[in-house]
Design a protein around this ligand. Sequence first.
Ligand code: PLP
Length: 492
Amino acid sequence: MKSLPRKGRSSNEVLDAMRDLKKEDVQWEDGRVWCLVFHAGDEISQFLKEAYTTYFSENALNPTAFPSLKRMENEVVSMATRLLGGNDYTVGNLTTGGTESILMAVKTAREWGRDRGIKKPEMVVPTSAHPAFDKAAHYFDVKIARVPVDKDFKASVSAMRKAINKRTVLLVASAPQYPQGVVDPIQDIARLASKKGILCHVDACVGGMMLPFVRDLGYEVPPFDFSVPGVTSISADLHKYGYAAKGASLVMYNSPELRKYQYFAYTDWPGGIYVSPTMTGTRPGGAIAAAWAIMHRLGFDGYREIAQKVMQARDKIRDGINAIPGIRVPGTPHMSVMCIVSDRADVNIYEVGDNMSAKGWHMDRQQDPDSLHLTLNFGHIEAADEFLSDLEDAVAAARSTYDPEAAKKERRRNMLMKGALKILPGPVATKATELGTKIMGMDGGLPNRTAAMYGMMASLPNRGDVESIVIDLLDKMTRHEPGTKPILPEEE
Ligand SMILES: *Cc1c(COP(=O)(O)O)cnc(C)c1O
Protein backbone atom coordinates (compact mmCIF):
# COMPACT_ATOMS: atom_id res chain seq x y z
CA MET A 1 0.00 0.00 0.00
CA LYS A 2 1.16 3.50 -0.80
CA SER A 3 1.21 5.89 2.11
CA LEU A 4 1.47 9.66 2.25
CA PRO A 5 5.17 10.54 1.91
CA ARG A 6 6.67 11.84 5.14
CA LYS A 7 8.43 14.75 3.47
CA GLY A 8 7.09 16.98 0.74
CA ARG A 9 8.90 17.39 -2.60
CA SER A 10 9.72 20.49 -4.53
CA SER A 11 7.12 21.87 -6.93
CA ASN A 12 9.37 21.14 -9.89
CA GLU A 13 9.97 17.57 -8.88
CA VAL A 14 6.23 16.92 -8.61
CA LEU A 15 5.31 18.76 -11.80
CA ASP A 16 8.08 17.07 -13.80
CA ALA A 17 6.90 13.67 -12.59
CA MET A 18 3.39 14.49 -13.80
CA ARG A 19 4.57 15.63 -17.21
CA ASP A 20 6.54 12.43 -17.50
CA LEU A 21 3.56 10.36 -16.40
CA LYS A 22 1.44 11.83 -19.17
CA LYS A 23 3.52 9.94 -21.72
CA GLU A 24 1.55 6.82 -20.76
CA ASP A 25 -1.63 8.43 -22.10
CA VAL A 26 -3.13 8.61 -25.55
CA GLN A 27 -1.55 11.53 -27.38
CA TRP A 28 -4.50 13.65 -28.42
CA GLU A 29 -2.59 16.79 -29.38
CA ASP A 30 -1.97 15.65 -32.96
CA GLY A 31 -5.64 14.79 -33.55
CA ARG A 32 -5.33 10.99 -33.25
CA VAL A 33 -7.85 10.51 -30.48
CA TRP A 34 -11.43 10.43 -31.78
CA CYS A 35 -13.18 10.87 -28.44
CA LEU A 36 -12.82 12.41 -24.99
CA VAL A 37 -11.00 15.63 -25.94
CA PHE A 38 -12.40 18.73 -27.65
CA HIS A 39 -9.75 21.17 -28.76
CA ALA A 40 -10.21 24.56 -30.42
CA GLY A 41 -6.51 25.27 -30.93
CA ASP A 42 -3.58 26.14 -28.68
CA GLU A 43 -4.32 29.84 -28.46
CA ILE A 44 -7.86 29.13 -27.24
CA SER A 45 -6.59 26.49 -24.77
CA GLN A 46 -4.19 29.01 -23.27
CA PHE A 47 -6.98 31.55 -23.00
CA LEU A 48 -9.27 28.99 -21.32
CA LYS A 49 -6.62 28.09 -18.76
CA GLU A 50 -6.25 31.74 -17.84
CA ALA A 51 -10.00 32.18 -17.53
CA TYR A 52 -10.22 29.04 -15.42
CA THR A 53 -7.44 29.98 -13.02
CA THR A 54 -8.91 33.47 -12.57
CA TYR A 55 -11.67 31.62 -10.70
CA PHE A 56 -9.52 28.77 -9.44
CA SER A 57 -10.51 29.07 -5.76
CA GLU A 58 -14.04 30.40 -6.01
CA ASN A 59 -17.02 28.23 -5.15
CA ALA A 60 -20.43 28.70 -6.77
CA LEU A 61 -22.15 26.75 -3.99
CA ASN A 62 -23.12 30.03 -2.40
CA PRO A 63 -24.23 32.59 -4.99
CA THR A 64 -24.53 35.34 -2.39
CA ALA A 65 -20.83 35.06 -1.60
CA PHE A 66 -19.82 35.03 -5.26
CA PRO A 67 -22.40 37.07 -7.15
CA SER A 68 -19.96 37.30 -10.05
CA LEU A 69 -20.24 33.54 -10.65
CA LYS A 70 -24.02 33.80 -10.41
CA ARG A 71 -24.01 36.51 -13.06
CA MET A 72 -21.75 34.50 -15.36
CA GLU A 73 -23.87 31.36 -14.92
CA ASN A 74 -27.07 33.27 -15.67
CA GLU A 75 -25.53 34.78 -18.78
CA VAL A 76 -24.27 31.39 -19.99
CA VAL A 77 -27.74 29.88 -19.51
CA SER A 78 -29.37 32.82 -21.26
CA MET A 79 -27.01 32.70 -24.25
CA ALA A 80 -27.48 28.93 -24.60
CA THR A 81 -31.26 28.96 -24.26
CA ARG A 82 -31.49 31.72 -26.90
CA LEU A 83 -29.34 29.62 -29.19
CA LEU A 84 -31.63 26.65 -28.54
CA GLY A 85 -34.97 28.26 -29.32
CA GLY A 86 -35.82 29.30 -25.77
CA ASN A 87 -37.77 32.36 -24.65
CA ASP A 88 -37.98 34.49 -21.50
CA TYR A 89 -39.52 31.59 -19.57
CA THR A 90 -36.73 29.15 -20.39
CA VAL A 91 -34.47 28.50 -17.42
CA GLY A 92 -31.44 26.35 -16.72
CA ASN A 93 -28.44 25.52 -14.58
CA LEU A 94 -24.81 24.77 -15.16
CA THR A 95 -23.77 21.27 -14.14
CA THR A 96 -20.44 19.46 -14.19
CA GLY A 97 -21.24 17.37 -17.28
CA GLY A 98 -23.80 15.74 -19.52
CA THR A 99 -24.38 12.92 -17.10
CA GLU A 100 -25.25 15.28 -14.27
CA SER A 101 -27.55 17.25 -16.58
CA ILE A 102 -29.37 14.04 -17.54
CA LEU A 103 -29.55 12.84 -13.93
CA MET A 104 -31.19 16.15 -13.06
CA ALA A 105 -33.69 16.01 -15.91
CA VAL A 106 -34.77 12.49 -14.89
CA LYS A 107 -34.96 13.39 -11.22
CA THR A 108 -37.11 16.39 -12.16
CA ALA A 109 -39.42 14.18 -14.21
CA ARG A 110 -39.73 11.74 -11.30
CA GLU A 111 -40.74 14.50 -8.86
CA TRP A 112 -43.13 15.95 -11.46
CA GLY A 113 -44.74 12.53 -11.81
CA ARG A 114 -44.98 11.94 -8.08
CA ASP A 115 -46.70 15.31 -7.75
CA ARG A 116 -49.31 13.89 -10.10
CA GLY A 117 -49.84 10.77 -8.04
CA ILE A 118 -47.53 8.46 -10.01
CA LYS A 119 -45.71 6.54 -7.28
CA LYS A 120 -43.44 4.52 -9.56
CA PRO A 121 -42.58 6.75 -12.51
CA GLU A 122 -41.20 5.31 -15.76
CA MET A 123 -39.46 6.70 -18.84
CA VAL A 124 -39.29 5.54 -22.46
CA VAL A 125 -35.85 5.80 -24.01
CA PRO A 126 -34.54 4.70 -27.46
CA THR A 127 -31.71 2.10 -27.33
CA SER A 128 -29.39 4.69 -28.91
CA ALA A 129 -29.68 7.21 -26.04
CA HIS A 130 -26.74 7.64 -23.67
CA PRO A 131 -26.23 5.24 -20.69
CA ALA A 132 -26.62 8.26 -18.39
CA PHE A 133 -30.37 7.55 -18.62
CA ASP A 134 -29.82 4.04 -17.22
CA LYS A 135 -27.59 5.55 -14.57
CA ALA A 136 -30.39 7.95 -13.68
CA ALA A 137 -32.87 5.05 -13.59
CA HIS A 138 -30.47 3.16 -11.33
CA TYR A 139 -29.80 6.08 -8.99
CA PHE A 140 -33.35 7.43 -8.77
CA ASP A 141 -35.37 4.23 -9.00
CA VAL A 142 -37.18 5.24 -12.17
CA LYS A 143 -38.07 2.37 -14.47
CA ILE A 144 -36.52 2.67 -17.92
CA ALA A 145 -38.08 1.09 -21.00
CA ARG A 146 -35.45 0.89 -23.74
CA VAL A 147 -37.12 0.64 -27.14
CA PRO A 148 -35.56 -0.32 -30.48
CA VAL A 149 -34.61 2.24 -33.12
CA ASP A 150 -35.56 2.14 -36.82
CA LYS A 151 -33.29 0.85 -39.58
CA ASP A 152 -31.83 4.34 -40.05
CA PHE A 153 -30.90 4.37 -36.31
CA LYS A 154 -33.51 7.00 -35.52
CA ALA A 155 -35.82 6.48 -32.55
CA SER A 156 -38.95 4.61 -33.55
CA VAL A 157 -41.94 6.76 -32.65
CA SER A 158 -44.36 3.84 -32.93
CA ALA A 159 -42.20 1.68 -30.64
CA MET A 160 -42.10 4.53 -28.15
CA ARG A 161 -45.86 4.98 -28.34
CA LYS A 162 -46.41 1.30 -27.60
CA ALA A 163 -44.09 1.43 -24.58
CA ILE A 164 -46.02 4.24 -22.88
CA ASN A 165 -48.21 3.29 -19.93
CA LYS A 166 -50.04 5.02 -17.07
CA ARG A 167 -46.82 5.47 -15.13
CA THR A 168 -44.77 6.96 -17.96
CA VAL A 169 -43.65 10.49 -17.13
CA LEU A 170 -40.89 11.10 -19.67
CA LEU A 171 -39.98 10.45 -23.32
CA VAL A 172 -36.36 10.87 -24.36
CA ALA A 173 -34.87 11.78 -27.75
CA SER A 174 -31.32 12.70 -28.78
CA ALA A 175 -29.91 15.47 -30.96
CA PRO A 176 -27.94 13.65 -32.15
CA GLN A 177 -27.57 10.22 -30.56
CA TYR A 178 -23.93 9.32 -29.99
CA PRO A 179 -23.42 5.94 -31.74
CA GLN A 180 -24.32 6.94 -35.34
CA GLY A 181 -24.73 10.70 -34.95
CA VAL A 182 -28.31 10.94 -36.24
CA VAL A 183 -30.95 13.29 -34.83
CA ASP A 184 -34.12 11.52 -33.64
CA PRO A 185 -37.56 12.56 -35.01
CA ILE A 186 -37.96 15.05 -32.17
CA GLN A 187 -41.04 16.81 -33.52
CA ASP A 188 -42.97 13.53 -33.57
CA ILE A 189 -41.70 12.38 -30.17
CA ALA A 190 -42.43 15.75 -28.54
CA ARG A 191 -45.91 15.76 -30.12
CA LEU A 192 -46.54 12.30 -28.72
CA ALA A 193 -45.41 13.41 -25.24
CA SER A 194 -47.58 16.48 -25.47
CA LYS A 195 -50.61 14.43 -26.53
CA LYS A 196 -50.08 12.09 -23.58
CA GLY A 197 -49.58 15.04 -21.24
CA ILE A 198 -46.07 13.96 -20.24
CA LEU A 199 -42.56 15.42 -20.40
CA CYS A 200 -40.06 15.22 -23.26
CA HIS A 201 -36.32 15.54 -22.74
CA VAL A 202 -33.95 16.20 -25.66
CA ASP A 203 -30.40 15.04 -25.02
CA ALA A 204 -28.38 17.56 -26.99
CA CYS A 205 -25.27 16.93 -24.88
CA VAL A 206 -23.08 16.43 -27.91
CA GLY A 207 -25.10 18.50 -30.41
CA GLY A 208 -26.37 21.48 -28.42
CA MET A 209 -23.39 23.70 -29.15
CA MET A 210 -22.87 22.46 -32.71
CA LEU A 211 -26.24 21.91 -34.45
CA PRO A 212 -27.35 25.57 -34.28
CA PHE A 213 -24.24 26.53 -36.28
CA VAL A 214 -24.49 23.55 -38.62
CA ARG A 215 -28.05 24.65 -39.40
CA ASP A 216 -26.93 28.24 -39.91
CA LEU A 217 -24.34 26.98 -42.41
CA GLY A 218 -27.16 25.55 -44.51
CA TYR A 219 -26.87 21.87 -43.66
CA GLU A 220 -30.14 20.05 -43.04
CA VAL A 221 -30.83 19.83 -39.30
CA PRO A 222 -34.20 18.48 -38.14
CA PRO A 223 -35.90 20.73 -35.55
CA PHE A 224 -34.66 19.64 -32.12
CA ASP A 225 -34.77 22.48 -29.62
CA PHE A 226 -37.22 24.50 -27.49
CA SER A 227 -38.85 25.83 -30.67
CA VAL A 228 -40.41 22.35 -31.02
CA PRO A 229 -43.76 22.25 -29.15
CA GLY A 230 -43.71 19.60 -26.43
CA VAL A 231 -39.97 19.71 -25.67
CA THR A 232 -39.83 20.37 -21.92
CA SER A 233 -36.13 20.00 -21.13
CA ILE A 234 -32.76 19.89 -22.93
CA SER A 235 -29.27 18.89 -21.86
CA ALA A 236 -26.30 20.42 -23.71
CA ASP A 237 -22.62 20.11 -22.90
CA LEU A 238 -20.39 23.15 -23.00
CA HIS A 239 -17.27 21.03 -22.54
CA LYS A 240 -17.89 19.27 -25.87
CA TYR A 241 -18.62 21.45 -28.94
CA GLY A 242 -18.80 24.53 -26.70
CA TYR A 243 -15.02 23.99 -26.39
CA ALA A 244 -15.21 25.05 -22.72
CA ALA A 245 -13.02 23.61 -19.96
CA LYS A 246 -14.17 20.23 -18.65
CA GLY A 247 -16.84 20.30 -15.99
CA ALA A 248 -19.43 22.40 -17.82
CA SER A 249 -22.83 21.34 -19.12
CA LEU A 250 -26.36 22.74 -19.10
CA VAL A 251 -29.72 21.38 -18.09
CA MET A 252 -32.56 23.61 -19.28
CA TYR A 253 -36.35 23.65 -18.84
CA ASN A 254 -39.18 25.33 -20.69
CA SER A 255 -40.57 26.76 -17.44
CA PRO A 256 -39.41 27.71 -13.94
CA GLU A 257 -42.31 25.67 -12.50
CA LEU A 258 -40.87 22.49 -13.95
CA ARG A 259 -37.32 23.28 -12.84
CA LYS A 260 -38.44 23.62 -9.22
CA TYR A 261 -38.73 19.82 -9.11
CA GLN A 262 -34.98 19.69 -9.67
CA TYR A 263 -34.08 21.76 -6.62
CA PHE A 264 -33.18 20.51 -3.19
CA ALA A 265 -33.41 22.26 0.15
CA TYR A 266 -32.78 21.16 3.72
CA THR A 267 -33.71 23.71 6.31
CA ASP A 268 -33.11 21.95 9.67
CA TRP A 269 -29.35 21.49 9.61
CA PRO A 270 -27.42 23.01 12.53
CA GLY A 271 -24.94 24.18 9.87
CA GLY A 272 -27.57 26.45 8.38
CA ILE A 273 -30.26 26.45 5.72
CA TYR A 274 -28.95 24.51 2.75
CA VAL A 275 -30.28 24.89 -0.76
CA SER A 276 -28.70 23.44 -3.88
CA PRO A 277 -29.73 23.43 -7.54
CA THR A 278 -27.90 20.33 -8.83
CA MET A 279 -26.18 17.10 -7.69
CA THR A 280 -22.95 18.58 -6.43
CA GLY A 281 -22.30 20.60 -3.31
CA THR A 282 -19.17 22.61 -3.96
CA ARG A 283 -19.27 23.93 -7.52
CA PRO A 284 -15.90 24.83 -9.05
CA GLY A 285 -15.84 28.47 -10.12
CA GLY A 286 -13.22 27.83 -12.80
CA ALA A 287 -15.48 25.71 -15.00
CA ILE A 288 -18.25 28.32 -14.91
CA ALA A 289 -15.84 31.18 -15.60
CA ALA A 290 -14.18 29.33 -18.49
CA ALA A 291 -17.58 28.55 -20.05
CA TRP A 292 -18.59 32.19 -19.87
CA ALA A 293 -15.22 33.26 -21.22
CA ILE A 294 -15.15 30.98 -24.28
CA MET A 295 -18.67 32.01 -25.32
CA HIS A 296 -17.56 35.64 -25.33
CA ARG A 297 -14.17 34.91 -26.86
CA LEU A 298 -15.69 33.07 -29.85
CA GLY A 299 -19.14 34.58 -30.19
CA PHE A 300 -21.67 33.28 -32.74
CA ASP A 301 -19.35 33.96 -35.66
CA GLY A 302 -16.41 32.21 -34.00
CA TYR A 303 -18.43 29.08 -33.31
CA ARG A 304 -19.88 29.20 -36.80
CA GLU A 305 -16.43 29.43 -38.38
CA ILE A 306 -15.18 26.48 -36.33
CA ALA A 307 -18.31 24.51 -37.23
CA GLN A 308 -17.77 25.27 -40.92
CA LYS A 309 -14.21 23.90 -40.86
CA VAL A 310 -15.32 20.87 -38.86
CA MET A 311 -18.17 20.14 -41.28
CA GLN A 312 -15.85 20.44 -44.28
CA ALA A 313 -13.54 17.92 -42.61
CA ARG A 314 -16.61 15.78 -41.80
CA ASP A 315 -17.63 15.71 -45.46
CA LYS A 316 -14.11 14.80 -46.53
CA ILE A 317 -13.72 12.02 -43.95
CA ARG A 318 -17.21 10.60 -44.51
CA ASP A 319 -16.70 10.52 -48.27
CA GLY A 320 -13.17 9.17 -47.81
CA ILE A 321 -14.41 6.31 -45.63
CA ASN A 322 -17.20 5.48 -48.07
CA ALA A 323 -14.63 5.36 -50.88
CA ILE A 324 -12.61 2.63 -49.15
CA PRO A 325 -13.92 -0.76 -50.31
CA GLY A 326 -15.20 -2.85 -47.38
CA ILE A 327 -16.17 -0.10 -44.97
CA ARG A 328 -18.73 2.69 -44.83
CA VAL A 329 -20.42 5.28 -42.62
CA PRO A 330 -23.91 3.96 -41.74
CA GLY A 331 -27.00 6.17 -41.43
CA THR A 332 -26.95 9.86 -42.32
CA PRO A 333 -25.01 11.67 -39.58
CA HIS A 334 -26.40 15.19 -39.11
CA MET A 335 -23.17 16.66 -37.77
CA SER A 336 -19.62 15.53 -37.09
CA VAL A 337 -20.37 12.42 -35.00
CA MET A 338 -20.37 9.16 -36.96
CA CYS A 339 -19.12 5.60 -37.03
CA ILE A 340 -17.51 3.12 -39.39
CA VAL A 341 -18.93 -0.33 -40.12
CA SER A 342 -17.69 -3.13 -42.30
CA ASP A 343 -19.83 -4.28 -45.21
CA ARG A 344 -17.80 -7.32 -46.23
CA ALA A 345 -17.28 -10.63 -44.46
CA ASP A 346 -13.50 -10.44 -44.87
CA VAL A 347 -13.23 -7.10 -43.05
CA ASN A 348 -13.50 -7.47 -39.29
CA ILE A 349 -14.04 -3.89 -38.15
CA TYR A 350 -12.48 -4.60 -34.74
CA GLU A 351 -9.35 -5.83 -36.53
CA VAL A 352 -9.32 -2.56 -38.46
CA GLY A 353 -9.55 -0.83 -35.06
CA ASP A 354 -6.59 -2.81 -33.74
CA ASN A 355 -4.56 -1.97 -36.85
CA MET A 356 -5.39 1.71 -36.37
CA SER A 357 -4.47 1.52 -32.66
CA ALA A 358 -1.08 0.14 -33.67
CA LYS A 359 -0.59 3.34 -35.69
CA GLY A 360 -1.54 5.49 -32.71
CA TRP A 361 -5.17 6.23 -33.66
CA HIS A 362 -7.69 5.83 -30.88
CA MET A 363 -11.33 5.08 -31.70
CA ASP A 364 -14.06 3.73 -29.41
CA ARG A 365 -15.44 0.27 -30.23
CA GLN A 366 -19.22 -0.01 -30.53
CA GLN A 367 -21.68 -2.89 -30.81
CA ASP A 368 -25.05 -3.50 -32.54
CA PRO A 369 -23.71 -3.02 -35.17
CA ASP A 370 -19.98 -3.62 -34.58
CA SER A 371 -18.29 -0.32 -35.41
CA LEU A 372 -15.60 2.25 -34.68
CA HIS A 373 -16.66 5.66 -33.47
CA LEU A 374 -15.54 9.14 -34.51
CA THR A 375 -16.32 12.40 -32.73
CA LEU A 376 -14.75 14.86 -35.12
CA ASN A 377 -13.95 18.30 -33.77
CA PHE A 378 -11.61 21.20 -34.49
CA GLY A 379 -8.62 19.29 -33.13
CA HIS A 380 -8.91 16.66 -35.89
CA ILE A 381 -9.04 18.83 -39.00
CA GLU A 382 -5.30 18.74 -39.73
CA ALA A 383 -5.14 14.97 -39.29
CA ALA A 384 -7.87 14.13 -41.83
CA ASP A 385 -5.66 13.09 -44.76
CA GLU A 386 -3.30 10.98 -42.71
CA PHE A 387 -6.27 9.35 -41.00
CA LEU A 388 -7.84 8.34 -44.31
CA SER A 389 -4.62 6.95 -45.74
CA ASP A 390 -3.87 4.96 -42.55
CA LEU A 391 -7.45 3.73 -42.52
CA GLU A 392 -7.17 2.47 -46.07
CA ASP A 393 -4.01 0.57 -45.09
CA ALA A 394 -5.66 -0.76 -41.92
CA VAL A 395 -8.58 -2.16 -43.94
CA ALA A 396 -6.22 -3.72 -46.48
CA ALA A 397 -4.20 -5.28 -43.65
CA ALA A 398 -7.35 -6.67 -42.02
CA ARG A 399 -8.33 -8.23 -45.35
CA SER A 400 -4.91 -9.72 -45.96
CA THR A 401 -4.80 -11.36 -42.51
CA TYR A 402 -8.40 -12.53 -42.81
CA ASP A 403 -8.54 -16.27 -42.26
CA PRO A 404 -11.96 -17.71 -43.14
CA GLU A 405 -11.28 -20.83 -41.04
CA ALA A 406 -10.30 -18.84 -37.94
CA ALA A 407 -13.26 -16.51 -38.43
CA LYS A 408 -15.58 -19.50 -38.67
CA LYS A 409 -14.07 -20.93 -35.50
CA GLU A 410 -14.47 -17.64 -33.68
CA ARG A 411 -18.07 -17.33 -34.83
CA ARG A 412 -18.72 -20.90 -33.74
CA ARG A 413 -17.13 -20.27 -30.34
CA ASN A 414 -19.20 -17.13 -29.88
CA MET A 415 -22.32 -19.06 -30.91
CA LEU A 416 -21.47 -21.90 -28.56
CA MET A 417 -20.96 -19.44 -25.79
CA LYS A 418 -24.31 -17.92 -26.63
CA GLY A 419 -26.00 -21.31 -26.61
CA ALA A 420 -24.21 -22.51 -23.49
CA LEU A 421 -24.99 -19.35 -21.59
CA LYS A 422 -28.64 -19.68 -22.48
CA ILE A 423 -28.95 -23.11 -20.91
CA LEU A 424 -26.43 -22.94 -18.07
CA PRO A 425 -27.62 -21.76 -14.66
CA GLY A 426 -26.45 -18.19 -13.81
CA PRO A 427 -23.36 -18.86 -11.67
CA VAL A 428 -22.06 -21.51 -14.08
CA ALA A 429 -22.58 -19.15 -16.99
CA THR A 430 -20.63 -16.47 -15.14
CA LYS A 431 -17.75 -18.89 -14.60
CA ALA A 432 -17.81 -19.84 -18.26
CA THR A 433 -17.60 -16.20 -19.28
CA GLU A 434 -14.73 -15.64 -16.85
CA LEU A 435 -12.95 -18.52 -18.49
CA GLY A 436 -13.70 -17.03 -21.88
CA THR A 437 -12.18 -13.70 -20.91
CA LYS A 438 -9.08 -15.46 -19.53
CA ILE A 439 -8.69 -17.22 -22.84
CA MET A 440 -8.92 -13.84 -24.58
CA GLY A 441 -6.08 -12.60 -22.41
CA MET A 442 -8.31 -10.01 -20.78
CA ASP A 443 -7.55 -11.14 -17.27
CA GLY A 444 -5.78 -8.36 -15.40
CA GLY A 445 -6.28 -5.68 -18.01
CA LEU A 446 -7.02 -5.07 -21.64
CA PRO A 447 -4.96 -7.03 -24.15
CA ASN A 448 -3.14 -5.32 -27.01
CA ARG A 449 -5.22 -6.90 -29.75
CA THR A 450 -8.81 -6.42 -28.71
CA ALA A 451 -10.73 -7.62 -31.76
CA ALA A 452 -11.51 -11.11 -30.40
CA MET A 453 -12.56 -9.74 -27.04
CA TYR A 454 -14.91 -7.14 -28.51
CA GLY A 455 -16.29 -9.79 -30.84
CA MET A 456 -17.11 -12.06 -27.95
CA MET A 457 -18.47 -9.29 -25.73
CA ALA A 458 -20.75 -8.02 -28.47
CA SER A 459 -22.15 -11.49 -29.09
CA LEU A 460 -22.83 -12.54 -25.50
CA PRO A 461 -26.57 -12.81 -24.97
CA ASN A 462 -26.35 -12.68 -21.20
CA ARG A 463 -25.70 -9.00 -20.61
CA GLY A 464 -25.54 -9.60 -16.85
CA ASP A 465 -22.33 -11.55 -17.41
CA VAL A 466 -20.80 -8.77 -19.48
CA GLU A 467 -21.82 -6.36 -16.73
CA SER A 468 -20.06 -8.41 -14.08
CA ILE A 469 -16.93 -8.71 -16.25
CA VAL A 470 -16.62 -4.98 -16.79
CA ILE A 471 -17.40 -4.17 -13.17
CA ASP A 472 -14.68 -6.61 -12.06
CA LEU A 473 -12.31 -4.95 -14.49
CA LEU A 474 -13.19 -1.51 -13.15
CA ASP A 475 -12.69 -2.77 -9.61
CA LYS A 476 -9.21 -4.02 -10.50
CA MET A 477 -8.30 -0.79 -12.26
CA THR A 478 -9.35 1.40 -9.35
CA ARG A 479 -7.15 -0.19 -6.72
CA HIS A 480 -3.60 0.30 -5.64
CA GLU A 481 -2.20 -3.18 -6.19
CA PRO A 482 0.67 -4.22 -3.92
CA GLY A 483 3.99 -4.02 -5.70
CA THR A 484 2.90 -1.25 -8.06
CA LYS A 485 5.81 1.01 -8.95
CA PRO A 486 5.20 4.45 -7.42
CA ILE A 487 4.99 7.47 -9.72
CA LEU A 488 7.60 9.31 -7.72
CA PRO A 489 10.38 6.99 -6.48
CA GLU A 490 10.23 6.44 -2.72
CA GLU A 491 12.59 8.56 -0.65
CA GLU A 492 15.16 6.78 1.53
C1 PLP B 1 -21.24 12.87 -23.87
C2 PLP B 1 -22.68 12.57 -23.89
C3 PLP B 1 -23.41 12.47 -22.70
C4 PLP B 1 -22.76 12.47 -21.34
O1 PLP B 1 -21.98 13.57 -21.07
P1 PLP B 1 -20.75 13.54 -20.04
O2 PLP B 1 -20.27 14.94 -20.08
O3 PLP B 1 -19.77 12.54 -20.54
O4 PLP B 1 -21.27 13.16 -18.70
C5 PLP B 1 -24.77 12.28 -22.81
N1 PLP B 1 -25.38 12.18 -24.01
C6 PLP B 1 -24.70 12.26 -25.17
C7 PLP B 1 -25.44 12.14 -26.47
C8 PLP B 1 -23.32 12.43 -25.16
O5 PLP B 1 -22.64 12.49 -26.31
